[in-house]
Write a protein that binds this ligand. Structure first.
Ligand code: SF4
Length: 463
């Protein structure tokens, strides 16, 4: 792994300050207020705050608290950015360690790259950056709804690494409008996207407009629905960097291939400060109202936006992860180039499972027609999540044969989709419903755990 050979004089250490008054901060002349000793990769600080180019803020706003924040000022890189084939680079680095990937990222982008720090286990990124011995920058999105424990971790991290996190805040006018119109908890009623857009995505967009690259803590094992194909480096498919336009920003994911347990082993081994919420069952940590602890064995993403469907569990920061399976825009599966729908074999095939027609499920939905409880999957045969649960659902049907609980399937894509969304709580595929014998309303299976034991526990709890 190549480490930087940078003279101490080329690197300045600086901190951030929020310019509440012009007398307290001089923004015109950046000061050099610290030093690096790269020979032993130690960083010394004699003073923590000065002015540097910030992670971007809206230049037109004069009344905002503009985060003239900085962590450690990296050496300027040449203005001309070489053209790089990032797909090829991702292949080359696929088996590299997170430390090596981090080093490569910092070496390549200097002061034009920053680590996005959420206040959770992605603190590992900061430790990796520190271990490279290179200067690095860190930014965080302060949504105004974080847990106190997260703010405490921010403070601990700043002290341990001698850095100032470059906080990005949401636009006050936008937050005001949202909260005045819809209240403080509108996300429980109409989904988290709007609030996340105001409090997270737009501040992130502003931050990234001041960069050429960013570093995230995304891992493939975090969300089976959305993060299973993350490369270690990619041209950002969603956001723009300072040069503008698609392709102007590079996204590094140094721990993409690391398992959560290995991240924790690393954090413990290096004695890195962590969010105290982790010791109370929190795995994935975001805003306080939208994060909860999970039980042992539950997937970490079940602790985020638990009232919504699994596939919607990206806040918009990484929405490029969401592959559009609905190429024709209505959830009917991908089209061939000539506009025809490819023939895809049906799934969930066993004699113990009833295939319901539209009339069949309409009858089932009427309580007076129901003679016994049913569990029914709403599915689309082309959906890879449906395909992934085929074995467990077939096994469930075989186990429940003769038990008094009927098992069914209803193909809910194509022209049935609108009806299924309207009448059957379909959000994304697969949706699993339990129709109790004595209650008219179907109960939606709430988690992403679709192994046979979890499904059986759901049935037994309700039958
Ligand atoms: Fe709002 Fe929740 Fe999104 Fe935070 S996570 S920005 S509180 S919807």
């Amino acid at each position: 792994m190549a480490f930087a050979v940078t003279s101490a004089s080329s690197a300045a250490v600086s901190g951030s300050g929020f310019p509440f008054s012009s007398s307290s901060y001089e923004l015109k002349a950046p000061q050099k207020i610290g030093s690096f000793r790269l020979s032993d990769r130690a960083v010394n600080f004699s003073q923590r705050r000065c002015s540097v180019r910030p992670v971007n803020a809206e230049p037109k706003r004069s009344d905002s608290v503009v985060p003239f924040a900085a962590t450690i000022v990296a050496p300027e890189v040449a203005e001309k950015v070489e053209v790089e084939d990032y797909e090829q680079l991702a292949k080359e680095l696929e088996n590299s360690s997170p430390l090596e990937i981090m080093d490569r990222a910092l070496e390549k982008f200097g002061n034009d790259i920053a680590i996005a720090f959420s206040g959770a286990e992605d603190v590992a990124l900061i430790e990796y950056a520190h271990l490279t011995g290179r200067p690095f920058r860190v930014f965080s999105l302060d949504t105004g709804r974080l847990n106190p424990e997260t703010y405490q971790l921010f403070d601990a991290v700043e002290k341990r690494y001698g850095i100032h996190i470059e906080y990005m805040f949401p636009d006050a006018v936008e937050v005001q409008a949202l909260v005045r119109n819809k209240g403080l908890f509108s996300f429980y009623e109409d989904g988290h996207q709007e609030c996340c857009r105001v409090r997270k995505v737009r501040p992130l967009r502003r931050a990234l407009k001041g960069l050429r690259a960013w570093i995230t803590g995304q891992r493939k094992d975090q969300s089976p629905g959305t993060r299973s194909e993350i490369p270690v480096v990619q041209v950002d498919p969603v956001f723009e960097g300072m040069d503008g336009g698609i392709g102007s920003l590079v996204k590094w994911n140094p721990v993409a291939n690391v398992q959560g347990q290995d991240v924790w082993n690393f954090l413990r081994a290096m004695n890195v400060p962590v969010n105290s919420l982790h010791s109370r069952g929190y795995v994935s940590i975001g805003c306080e109202p939208c994060t909860r602890a999970v039980l042992p064995g539950q997937h970490e993403r079940e602790g985020r936006w638990w009232w919504e469907d699994a596939k919607a569990k990206e806040c918009g920061l990484h929405k490029g992860n969401i592959k559009d399976e609905n190429v024709n825009g209505n959830g009917n599966g991908a089209l061939h180039a000539n506009g025809t729908t490819p023939t895809i074999p049906d799934i969930f095939n066993t004699e113990n499972l009833v295939t319901l027609s539209r009339t069949g499920i309409e009858n089932l939905a009427r309580l007076e027609n129901r003679k016994e409880p049913w569990i029914v999957v709403l599915y689309a045969p082309w959906c890879r999540f449906c395909q992934a649960m085929e074995a467990s659902y077939v096994e469930l049907a075989d186990k429940l044969a003769g038990s008094g609980v009927k098992v069914g399937k209803f193909r809910a894509d194509g022209e049935q989709k609108e009806y299924a969304q309207r009448e059957l709580q379909l959000g994304s595929f697969p949706t699993i419903l339990f129709f109790p014998k004595y209650s008219s309303r179907a109960i939606k299976y709430p988690t992403e755990k679709r192994d046979v034991d979890s499904l059986m526990a759901f049935v037994n709890a309700l039958r």
